[in-house]
Design a protein around this ligand. Structure first.
Ligand code: FE2
Ligand code: FE2
Length: 298
């Protein structure tokens, strides 16, 4: 059995020191939002409790589906890099970016390049820029396919786009991995839902993405972005593909969205297919610890 852990949207705080010039763009509004609301919501002590809980349960691999930063300051990427190292070695942790990690355009080396070891495929497939997506990591029996829907957007927009190049590469990749018998886990930040997400936060190319999945198949699709639980499916010739979202990993109090959660997926072969058991673990503000809140099988 393979135990995969999934966290999303940690929005690591506090914000590091910055120069005023760095806020002379969309970041200024993100900073106001952080000061007014988000810094009280996304709590470092919740992430500490999550890391302790996860260490106790010792998953085989961890995936993080984006929005690790808040306003994409270069120093935030450094801070997150250190936090990732604390969660595990790059071989045991896989990361993809979210829209907050592309809040404004920042050169690769000063931003996502700092997490390169967590986003690189095998061997020579080192992540050197946006063209490195999708990447594949093999952790038998699972193959992790990392996509990026992160792109700088205008003020008050938080949509994402995979783009034609990633979608063109994704189909043949999934087909090959399927033929080789891998349990294919596709990671993307924005939910590929139709009509459920507010327009300004949508995945722009959700329809073509779903078409690729329908044609090429996958075993599981994991996302974040919505800061809430998501469970739906994409129907394919090989059967329904579960599409699963988790709340923010750092939400310290009940607001419009659930408290902090992460999920564990126990994956094992069952006959000609696979069995997935989902364990959701949520933050309990009374004890300050994480505990199981729901468990179901797919
Ligand atoms: Fe987020
Ligand atoms: Fe997001």
């Amino acid at each position: 059995m393979f135990k995969l852990a999934h966290i999303s949207d940690p929005h690591l705080g506090p914000l590091p020191p910055f120069r005023v010039a760095e806020l002379m763009n969309k970041r200024f509004f993100g900073y106001l939002s952080w000061v007014r609301r988000r810094r009280a919501l996304h709590r470092p002590e919740v992430l500490t409790a999550l890391a302790e809980d996860m260490a106790d349960l010792a998953p085989d691999h961890l995936v993080v589906t984006g929005d690790l930063t808040n306003i994409a300051l270069p120093e935030e990427f450094t801070q997150v890099g250190r936090w990732l190292q604390g969660l595990g070695a790059p071989e045991a942790v896989t990361v993809i970016p979210g829209n907050h990690d592309a809040y404004v355009a920042v050169p690769w080396e000063a931003s996502l390049g700092k997490w390169q070891a967590f986003m690189s495929g095998e061997g020579d497939a080192v992540a050197t820029g946006p063209e490195s997506f999708p990447f594949v990591r093999y952790r038998a029996p699972i193959a992790i396919i990392g996509l990026s829907s992160a792109q700088p957007t205008p003020l008050f927009c938080a949509h994402g786009t995979l783009g034609e190049i990633q979608l063109q590469r994704l189909g043949p990749l999934l087909r090959r991995l399927g033929e080789e018998g891998w349990f294919r886990v596709v990671l993307l930040h924005h939910p590929p839902s139709l009509g459920k997400i507010v327009w300004r936060k949508r995945l722009v190319d959700a329809v073509p993405f779903r078409r690729v999945i329908e044609a090429a198949g996958a075993e599981m699709i994991l996302h974040g972005h919505d800061h809430t639980f998501g469970i739906e499916q994409i129907d394919t010739a090989g059967g329904p593909v579960p599409v699963i979202g988790v709340p923010s990993a750092s939400a310290g109090h009940d607001g419009r969205k659930p408290l902090a959660h992460y999920q564990l997926y126990d994956i094992e072969k069952a006959g000609n297919g696979w069995r997935i058991e989902v364990n959701a673990r949520g933050f309990d503000p009374v004890s300050g610890r994480f505990r199981e809140t729901r468990c179901y099988a797919l």
